[in-house]
Design a protein around this ligand. Structure first.
Ligand SMILES: [Mg+2]
Length: 320
């Protein structure tokens, strides 16, 4: 697969000013902005765990593999610079796919999303084995001024904001990841974000991770959480509430951000790139995850969500 694939790939790549030595040598050489630091992220997605090869187009798998990585860069307000991919392909008699064809179509999906963010694919690896399809992408990014967002800088009194709408990602959004890269960089230019995380495993779980990293608590106003249409559709099927789906489904790939109250007011009044942005809570001194009622009283909120490695069977997929 490797040589033919490499030849195909070389023909598909467009030159990029960031790439000094492209795919084809032993390594890629990248140009970095002066003063910027490197942000490196990696994510693996596997057939029957993160997608079902039988039921999706290979391009969607490539899109997802790149999207989840770019979402992690967005969570750190990092500008994407380059992508690397590793495809471990199932043998043809196992999957019904000719490995070279599968590799090209997955990569085509990667390149489509990569192009939207002007980020070049600069290297990769392919192999074939007697197991399921495994797709790994590494994204390299550079920090933006005045520095990377982390999970750990939130202060009591900060407002908690979320981009977009949450819940029901299994109905499609978990594959059509739209990483909030441009939105993150636009916010970075106009506000001081004290802490950030992307919502990959569910609002409640990721909020509790941010709270723990910042050594404080997040108190959510549940009525203010923006519910997606998909959350309502999932609720109609599952018998749970749309709010349950928004809190626990995960794979929304929206951003959870902590900012000062002044910045929150400013951002919501005049959102950069006209992005949907809502305040859903505040940071409080008591560690943990809380829900806040209208009188301001706090009660504990379960940090439900998707824990990697703790699910015994593949995630359920929506009936289409
Ligand atoms: Mg993340």
């Amino acid at each position: 697969v490797e040589q033919a694939f490499l030849k195909w790939l070389t023909g598909r790549l467009t030159p990029s000013p960031q790439v000094v030595v492209p795919v084809g040598d032993d390594g890629a050489v990248l140009r970095w902005s002066p003063g910027a630091d490197l942000v490196a992220v990696i994510d693996t997605i596997t057939d029957e765990v993160d997608f079902q090869l039988l039921h999706v187009e290979p391009e969607q798998i490539g899109h997802k593999a790149v999207g989840v990585n770019l979402s992690d860069l967005a969570a750190m307000a990092a500008r994407p610079v380059a992508l690397l991919s590793a495809l471990t392909l199932p043998r043809g008699d196992r999957s019904g796919w000719q490995p070279g064809e599968l590799a090209r179509r997955i990569t085509e999906g990667m390149l489509q999303l990569a192009r939207q963010f002007d980020v070049p694919l600069v290297g990769g690896d392919t192999g074939t084995w007697d197991g399921p399809l495994v797709v790994t992408v590494t994204a390299l990014g550079e920090t933006s001024h005045p520095g990377p967002w982390t999970r750990s800088g939130a202060q009591p009194g900060d407002a908690v904001l979320v981009t977009g709408e949450l819940g029901g990602s299994l109905l499609g959004r978990h594959l059509h990841v739209q990483p909030r890269v441009k939105e993150a960089l636009a916010i970075q230019r106009v506000a001081r974000v004290s802490a950030a995380i992307d919502i990959s495993d569910g609002l409640a779980l990721d909020a509790s991770r941010l709270a723990a990293a910042s050594n404080l608590g997040l108190a959510l106003d549940l009525a203010k959480i923006p519910l997606s249409a998909a959350a309502r559709q999932q609720a109609a099927r599952s018998g749970r509430t749309p709010l349950d789906h928004a809190l626990g489904d995960g794979e929304d790939f929206e951003l959870l951000l902590c900012v000062s109250v002044d910045d929150a007011v400013r951002l919501i009044r005049n959102p950069p790139l006209s992005m949907p942005l809502a305040q859903i809570g505040v940071c409080v001194p008591s560690p943990g995850l809380w829900q806040r009622d209208e009188s301001g009283r706090l009660s504990p909120l379960a940090a439900s969500g998707y824990e990697h490695g703790e699910t015994p069977s593949p995630r359920p997929r929506p009936e289409d």
